[in-house]
Ligand binder design. Sequence first.
Ligand code: GDP
Ligand code: MG
Length: 163
Amino acid sequence: SKPIVAIVGRPNVGKSTFFNKIAGKRISIVEDTPGVTRDRIYAEAEWIGNTFTLIDTGGIEPFTKDIILHQMRAQAEIAIETADVIVFMVDGREGITAADYEVANMLRKANRPTLVVVNKIEGKSLENNAFEFYNLGLGEPITISAQQALGLGDLLDEIVALF
Ligand code: GDP
Ligand code: MG
């Protein structure tokens, strides 16, 4: 079956914006509960002959209203269990947060191919913001602007190289 790429990261880092830029055909996955679909979070995607399933873990609704950190842990666990490649998205304008470190620790221990993607980098003057994300201990940060579709081709090259 197709490789699975899961997007993980804090609320508002740009996961949905990225998902919508990359998503081709949406896949409706019908849950056991009648009427419940998760078609907003699964999509089929393709990059130079490589097809894969993309999951926006931010769209997975928690069963209870929980604090952000608990939600992120749950989303990261789902990604670790199901994904072949994890896109760990961070906000290049806000910098590293405690929740980012927490998720980074989980992903490091899981030892699953993971790319640190620094979003909201529009223009050269913001490129330097990416360096601090080396501190997450997950390798070289990749800069993109999901909104302006900058760096997406290079990122997709790196994703499919990990399949
Ligand atoms: P999510 O909560 O991680 O899914 O984040 P969203 O995709 O909903 O985006 C959160 C906010 O960040 C929205 O206001 C977006 O317009 C904005 N945003 C997303 N991507 C970018 C980007 O590349 N650059 C900038 N400047 N803003 C972005
Ligand atoms: Mg979202």
